[in-house]
Design a protein around this ligand. Structure first.
Ligand code: GLU
Length: 468
């Protein structure tokens, strides 16, 4: 049976046919440069000792540091971490984030551990990475992934600083930190916001929408979201605010369906109080959560784990667009089925890259030791006010105080972060379309995305002089 890493490499090989690099260079891009697998003990709350299994994979050192999240899940295995690290390499290349790809994993079900135990596990994991040189602002920079968040990142930063004292750039050893601990505003929402920008761009193209029988724009598009974690929640929120209708939300325990539309935050609060999304007022329950993916909709947004779409269920998918919030939700067997059905797949390595893009901004902030906008906000505001005064004296019009406040407002950190993210997602999308347009043989946007990534990584190896 093929594993996730083999699957990523199969897609890579398919894309590599559209390039002309020597096989040795392609082999170097494709392989996983390093994997550190380690076990360590922790003392549980009841006094027993348990051995924890953990990994950190560094897929490509063509740019340093390497970057990628850490996943806490009972399902974690070595080739999965390698595959996710590989996807990080391609993802960073596609959105011009100057990092190689990495990923970490700890094989635990976080829900089965107390907060104290999770802290001990996270700190010990960090300790092991420091010992082996698998973490550092110029080496390898983790971030949140499935099962981890700001809290874990704060523990990692604190442990790193304790073990490597006196380093000015130490805070850049991990991203996705709380804003009070060196994080950047907008990182929490970034992957979801990036997904929204990706969908908005795709929906703005009449050439992409017409074959699907869809009008342009997001308005009224029916969306099904799988997974109400950080990525799914924010993607759902921005899509709904952009005019889409959330017709179903699927979670582990089942799915809820409402043609009228759901509000992600009400569903989230309901799940928090009752422990389940089921029995949400006004919505129908669907206990078979996998069946929710097969309902009719315009946009299907998987935002949980890999391997969701297979040769078995792909023929029954009725969505017109698949927006891959998760990493690797579509297996290589499902891709040709989606192509044949005419489904537009917006691939993970492009559309969920908003997270790592804003991680890059956080890392830059940590290295520069200054909040975005601190130097320029008032200066820009003063320029804008001057412009308004010039307009007033030229036209005789008087702006109201409210208009003045709205029109002359220097950007805050979050404005700059979101602007950088929007620019990144739009530019990368047009690059994918351009690659697909200029190579008629390229069958879909995923292969176009891989081709773009291969070109960028190959070029960087060639610039290093390692390959001619
Ligand atoms: N875990 C996220 C991803 O898969 C973010 C990685 C990062 O910010 O470094 O893209």
């Amino acid at each position: 049976m093929s594993n996730f890493f083999d699957e990523v490499n199969r897609t890579f090989d398919e894309a590599a046919k559209f390039t002309e690099y020597p096989q040795g260079l392609l082999d170097q891009i494709r392989c996983c440069n390093g994997v550190y697998r380690f076990d360590f003990p922790i003392r549980r709350a009841d006094g027993t000792i348990e051995v924890i299994h953990a990994w950190r994979a560094e897929h490509s050192h063509h740019k340093m540091p390497v970057k990628g999240g850490i996943r806490y899940s009972p399902e974690v295995y070595e080739e999965e971490v390698m595959a996710l690290a590989a996807l990080m390499t391609y993802k960073c290349a596609i959105v011009d984030v100057p990092f190689g790809g990495a990923k970490g994993g700890i094989r635990i079900e976080p829900k089965d551990y107390t907060v104290d135990e999770l802290e001990r596990i996270t700190r010990r994991y960090t300790h092991e990475l420091v010992k082996k040189g698998f973490i550092g602002p110029g080496i390898d920079v983790p971030a949140p992934d499935y099962g981890t968040g700001e809290r874990e990142m704060a523990w990692i930063a604190d442990t790193y600083q304790a073990l490597v004292p006196g380093h000015l750039d130490a805070m850049g050893c991990v991203t996705g930190k709380p804003v009070t601990q060196g994080g950047v505003r907008g990182r929490r929402e970034a992957t979801g916001r990036g997904l929204f920008f990706a969908l908005r761009e795709a929906c703005a193209h009449p050439d992409l929408m017409a074959p699907l029988g869809l009008a342009t724009g997001l308005d009224g598009k029916r969306v099904i979201v799988q997974g109400l974690g950080n990525v799914g929640y924010h993607a759902a929120k921005f899509c709904r605010e952009g005019g889409a209708v959330l017709v179903a939300i699927a979670e582990r325990e089942g799915a809820i369906v409402s043609a009228k539309g759901l509000h992600e935050d009400e569903v989230f609060q309901h799940r928090k109080t009752t422990g389940s999304i089921l029995d949400f007022p006004g919505a129908a329950n669907l206990r078979d959560t996998a069946a929710a993916l097969e309902l009719e909709c315009d946009v299907l947004l998987p935002a949980a784990l890999e391997g969701v779409f297979t040769a078995e269920n792909a023929p029954r998918i009725q969505a017109k667009i698949i927006l891959e919030g998760a990493n690797g939700p579509t297996t290589p067997e499902a891709d040709p089925i989606f192509r044949q059905k005419g489904i537009l797949v917006i691939p993970d390595i492009y559309c969920n890259a908003g997270g790592v893009t804003v991680s890059y901004f956080e890392w830059l902030k940590n290295l520069s030791h200054v909040r975005y906008g601190r130097m320029s906000k008032r200066h820009e505001q003063a320029n804008e006010l001057q412009m308004l005064r010039a307009i007033e004296s030229a036209t005789g019009k008087r702006f109201t105080d409210a208009e003045r406040a709205e029109l002359a407002r220097g950007p805050d950190e979050v404005d700059l972060v979101n602007s950088g993210l929007e620019e990144t997602m739009i530019t990368a999308f047009h690059a994918l379309l351009e690659t697909k347009r200029s190579h008629p043989g390229i069958p879909d946007l995923r292969i176009a995305a891989f081709v773009n990534a291969i070109h960028k990584v190959a070029r960087s190896y060639m610039e290093l002089g390692i390959f001619p």
